[in-house]
Design a protein around this ligand. Structure first.
Ligand SMILES: [Zn+2]
Length: 248
C-alpha cells in the first residue's frame, strides 16, 4: 500500500489483461510441460496388462499436470480447507489452468488498508480491476474469492500474478494491532497448504510482500508485519501431521 487509496490493491494495468496466446518476456515455457512427455512415453510403453495398469496409475497421478485437460470446477469449491467461498468479480482475475499452464512458486502477502467487508466489496466490484485469491479476517476467518487455478490481479505485475497466490489481510500497514494472533495462525495455515500443494519452499524468497514485487509502489504488508514469526508459523503448520494442506 502506501497510497491514500483506502481500498488497497492496485488497479490492474493494461499489461495484465489477457493476450491471446501471449506470453510475456518473463514466461517460463521450459518448466511447464515436463510431466507431459513422461506421461506420453509411459503411454507408448503400455504394452501388456501390467504396463497398461502402471501407465494408467501414473497418468491418474499426473492428470492434473497435463495441459489441455481442463480441470472440473464446481461452484463454491475452495482450495483451502475451512475457507468460505465468495466470488470476486470475473473482471478482477483471468481464467487459467494452473499449475499446468503456469507454475505457482510464490505467495504474495498483502494488507487491505481497510476492513474485511471492504475488501470483499471491492473485489466483487468489476470496476476495481484487482482482487486477491484470499482475504483473512482478524479473527482468522478466511474467504476464498478466486480459485488457485486462476490468475488473480493482485500484484500489479503480470508475471508475478501468473506465478503466485495472493493473500489479503484486513487492517492497515501503519497499525500494528491490525495483525492479531488468530490472523497470523490462520494465514500461516493457508500459506502452508499452498506451499504443500505446489511444492513451494517456505522461505522469504518464495513468500514475499507486495512491497517486494518488482515495479510496485505499494508498501504492504508494512513494517509491523512480523515476517520472522510468520515464517515460523508457516513451518509449524506445514509440519503439523493433520494440517489443512489438502484441498477441501
Ligand atoms: Zn497489496
Amino acid at each position: 500500500m502506501g497510497d491514500e487509496n483506502a481500498e488497497h490493491t492496485e488497479k490492474a494495468t493494461r499489461a495484465e489483461q489477457p493476450e491471446p496466446g501471449g506470453s510475456g518476456a518473463d514466461a517460463e515455457p521450459t518448466r511447464r510441460r515436463g510431466p507431459t512427455r513422461r506421461a506420453l512415453l509411459l503411454g507408448g510403453a503400455a504394452v501388456g496388462v501390467g504396463a497398461a495398469v502402471l501407465a494408467r496409475d501414473e497418468l491418474g497421478r499426473l492428470w492434473w499436470r497435463l495441459p489441455g485437460v481442463v480441470k472440473k470446477r464446481k461452484e463454491g469449491e475452495v482450495d483451502a480447507r475451512g475457507a468460505q467461498w465468495t466470488a470476486a468479480s470475473s473482471a478482477n482475475w483471468r481464467r487459467a489452468d494452473r499449475p499446468s499452464d503456469y507454475d505457482i512458486d510464490r505467495v504474495v502477502i498483502h494488507v487491505v488498508q481497510g476492513g474485511y467487508a471492504t475488501a470483499l466489496k471491492v473485489f466483487k466490484d468489476p470496476g476495481h480491476g484487482a482482487a486477491a485469491h484470499y482475504v483473512v479476517r482478524k479473527d482468522g476467518h478466511v474467504a476464498q474469492m478466486i480459485r488457485e487455478l486462476d490468475v488473480a490481479f493482485h500484484a500489479g505485475n503480470r508475471s508475478m500474478n501468473e506465478r503466485s497466490v495472493g493473500i489479503e489481510h484486513e487492517g492497515f500497514v501503519d497499525k500494528k494491532s491490525s495483525f492479531t494472533d488468530a490472523m497470523y495462525v490462520s494465514s500461516a495455515r493457508l500459506t502452508a497448504g499452498i506451499c504443500e500443494r505446489y511444492d513451494i519452499p517456505v522461505d522469504r524468497e518464495h513468500i514475499i510482500g507486495h512491497v517486494e514485487v518488482e515495479g510496485t509502489d505499494h508498501t504492504d504488508p508494512g513494517p509491523h508485519w512480523d515476517w520472522e514469526r510468520y515464517l515460523r508459523l508457516v513451518r509449524r503448520e506445514r509440519d503439523r501431521p493433520a494440517r489443512a494442506g489438502t484441498p477441501a
